[in-house]
Design a protein around this ligand. Sequence first.
Ligand SMILES: [Zn+2]
Length: 65
Amino acid sequence: MMNIYDKRQIRCATCGREIGEVDDDARILFSRCGSCDGAKSGENEVFRYLTERFETTVKNVLVTR
Ligand SMILES: [Zn+2]
C-alpha cells in the first residue's frame, strides 16, 4: 500500500478523469489522460507520460527563468 498522505491525485486537465498519483512535492501542469492526449491507455503508459510531462515542465521552468 502506498502512503496516500505523501501523494497527490492527478486529474486530466481536459476531462477531469483521475489519472494517478504523484509525490506531494511534484508539480504536474496540464496533465491529460491517455484518451485526451491520444496516447495508449494503460498504467505504464500513463506513468511514463506523467514522468515525461513532469520532466518537460521542469525543463520549461528552467528555460523560462
Ligand atoms: Zn482526459
